[in-house]
Ligand binder design. Structure first.
Ligand code: IVH
Length: 680
């Protein structure tokens, strides 16, 4: 029986599409669709081919794993093929794997004590390292498993790959295999720089690793923060290795190769599942991306008995985590207005299950990001949700863009209050200029005011605040303290009891601390830590209110920008009025002693500016030393500056100091000045 034309057509279109993605992924180190979608296309094709075996052709993408090399690098034939792993997604699939293993090994009790090496499944690029007499002589990519590319010049730049093995006892020829990856922090930093310099960014750390390895110029690779964990061996000649996988890994570690610290031996399926849950819980805290865990039968004798099926070993399986990236459509883009008036573009999405929950909104961060990613309404996009992080739009699948996809522009007027939207020079965020006139800013600043780390008013939820603001019942935080029980209990969905509790919580919040109060005010750039530094440095609100920007920079960790924000805040009459009202309605705290300012210190009365890189201390350390001795540290040089402490690469501040005739000190000079003072 021949397959219907529709099936043939479907098979052809799946093959074409998969080939397109193979080319993007393997040759251009780029991606358009998430792995989960690629896997679905592949499974669909496999399903159709299994049902219609007469349609399988040798050039079908199912007939090989990976793709051929790009041609720019020398090719390398793997003497032992680099295999892939079968995947299990559900617990049941893992149990079936274990049952197959136990049966094939002729265990009669289901092998509950069979030992597996359990390892994170690193999401990077598989690499083979060849050592001859302990010297690294070649490194190659996996390629299609049979033929890879010579990347020796690049792998030599990875600091954790030993160019010469340590110790002794290694085989004359030893091929080690493992994963090269880019740790997340390095990936973020790399992309940040690439964005600033207008260079190509990478979609995820795995592509960054693969792309970096395939550079033609090793200098470029050397600048990328790559790392490598080894997880198996290939060719072993002229020497012997231990008889268990876990022992081989420990031996490789002794020879100076880096192995994954999370790996360990577990017992039976239950041990595997325990490991899976443990690593899944740690997933977001790990420094590198993983997409599941791998279990390998630990005994090499058993591995030999189990053997292989086509491209994958029967003795190992990858247990995958739920995908953190999925495809969906952008149905609209809205701009949310935050507490400080910042406009955040948010994509409204066709609901999609990703990272364990259904997501229907994803942040686009800011208007520059939106334009850089060129997200349009109607586009198919990759959304990513990792851990508790807010879901984000990663990229657009360009070849699925409909003709009528609509571009998005920054609105000229605030979508909430209609005030002008302004974007300051050099800032990525656009802001509504409406201030507290803008109900969005009012709601958000009230939500912040009552939040747990601020005044901590339990039972005053976001919904209720929004309603009260919409009804103009809350113009500023002081109105909270005038809400009555009767007024609250007459509201829909608010019983007597909860109204009473809420009033009690509001009352209780009046006794607070200066730290919390300052934080609650929602001054831009003043987070919890800064609020608490200000509170302990000045001890009281009047002292903070009357502090100049220069005084404020004397507070540890307060720089000129924060100082500016704080003094601007207290310079606004309406802010002072709100504070007064709050206090008159009973909001109170205890003042404390201001931090001891060394009035009689060696440097008292002297004003310093610090610039450039000092040889042994950071600028913050120098600042603290000066403050400890009663000196003042400010951000810019003026005629009032007594000393400029200048380190390496001091720029315009040094010029200005010289122009004004301000004394210039280096770090030594500063230390001498402080020591001199001591002897006086
Ligand atoms: S073992 C026959 N162990 O997963 C065993 N692979 O689908 C083959 N991978 O190409 C590999 N972490 O890039 C193994 N701990 C680990 C791994 C791991 C990541 C990757 C590797 C391989 C792919 C197999």
């Amino acid at each position: 029986m021949t397959a219907p034309a529709a099936t043939r057509k479907k098979i052809k279109s799946l093959r074409d599409e998969i080939r397109h993605h193979n080319y993007l992924y393997h040759t251009l180190d780029d991606i358009e669709i998430p792995d989960a979608e690629y896997d679905r296309l592949m499974r669909e094709l496999q399903g159709l081919e299994t049902a219609n075996p007469e349609l399988v052709t040798p050039d079908s993408p199912t007939q090989r794993v990976g793709a051929e090399p790009s041609g720019a690098l020398k090719t390398v034939k793997h003497r032992l093929p680099m295999l892939s792993l079968d995947n299990a997604f559900a617990e049941q699939e893992l149990r079936e794997f274990h049952t197959r293993v136990a049966e094939k090994l002729e265990f009669e009790d289901g092998a509950p004590n069979l030992l597996y090496s359990a390892e994170p499944k690193l999401d990077g690029a598989a690499v083979s390292l060849l050592y001859e007499n302990g010297i690294l002589i070649r490194a190659a990519t996996r390629g299609d498993g049979t033929t890879g590319e010579d990347i020796t010049h690049n792998v030599r730049t990875i600091k954790s790959v030993p160019l010469r093995l340590l110790g002794k006892g290694f085989p004359d020829t030893l091929e080690v295999r493992g994963e090269v990856f880019m740790p997340r922090a390095g990936f973020e930093a790399f992309n940040k720089t690439a964005r600033e310099t207008g260079e190509k960014t990478f979609v995820n750390p795995r592509n960054a690793a693969a792309g970096s390895l395939r550079q033609l110029d090793p200098k470029l690779t050397a600048a990328r923060p790559l790392d490598m964990y080894v997880y198996s061996v290939g060719i072993v000649e002229g020497g012997e290795l231990p008889g268990r996988h876990s022992e081989i890994i420990s031996t490789l570690r002794e020879w100076g190769l880096k192995t994954c610290p999370q790996s360990r031996v577990v017992k039976g399926v239950d041990g595997c599942l325990g490991f899976y849950r443990e690593i899944e819980a740690k997933r977001d805290a790990l420094a590198y991306d993983i997409d599941g865990v791998v279990y390998k039968v630990d005994s090499l004798a058993m591995q030999r008995e189990l053997g292989f099926v086509s491209r994958a070993p029967r003795w190992a399986i990858a247990h995958k985590f739920p995908a953190q990236e999925e495809l969906t459509q952008v149905e609209g883009v809205e701009f949310q207005v935050g507490r400080t008036g910042a406009l955040t573009p948010v994509a409204r999405l066709a609901p999609v299950f990703v990272g364990g929950v259904t997501v229907s909104n994803a942040t686009l961060h800011n208007i520059d990001e939106l334009h850089r990613k060129d997200v349009r309404i109607g586009d198919t996009v990759i959304v990513r949700r990792a851990g508790d992080v807010i879901p984000e739009v990663v990229s657009v699948v360009r070849n699925r863009r409909p003709k009528k996809a609509k571009r998005v522009q920054l609105p000229k007027l605030c979508p909430v209050c209609g005030s002008h939207v302004k974007r300051e020079e050099g800032e990525a965020v656009a802001r509504c200029t409406g201030g507290l006139y803008c109900k969005a800013q009012r709601s958000e600043s009230l939500k912040h005011f009552v939040s747990r780390r601020a005044l901590d008013i339990e039972g005053l939820g976001a919904k209720l605040i929004e309603q009260l603001v919409a009804e103009d019942r809350l113009a500023d935080p002081s109105d909270l303290f005038q809400l009555s029980k009767d007024e609250l209990s007459s509201r829909e969905r608010m019983g007597d009891k909860s109204a009473e509790n809420l009033v009690r919580a509001i009352e209780a919040s009046k006794s607070t601390t200066l730290d919390r109060f300052l934080y609650a005010l929602g001054i831009r750039e003043v987070g919890e830590a800064t609020a608490s530094s200000l509170a302990s440095y000045f001890g009281s609100l009047p002292a903070i209110k009357s502090a100049s920007a220069a005084d404020l920079t004397n507070v540890p960790d307060v720089g000129p920008i924060v100082a500016d924000r704080v003094s601007n805040f207290f310079a606004e009459q309406h802010n002072l009025e709100v504070i007064e009202r709050l206090q008159s309605l009973g909001v109170n705290w205890e003042d404390s002693e201001p931090m001891k300012l060394a009035d009689d210190g060696r440097l008292s009365g002297k004003t310093f500016v610090i610039t450039g890189t000092l040889p042994t201390m950071t600028r913050d350390e120098a600042k603290r030393l000066i403050q400890r001795d009663g000196g003042k540290v400010t951000g810019s040089v003026s005629s009032k500056t007594n000393f400029l402490v200048a380190g390496d690469k001091a720029g315009s501040k040094l010029e200005k100091a010289q122009e004004l005739g301000v004394s210039v000190l280096d770090e030594d000079g500063l230390l001498k000045l402080m020591a001199e003072g001591e002897s006086h």
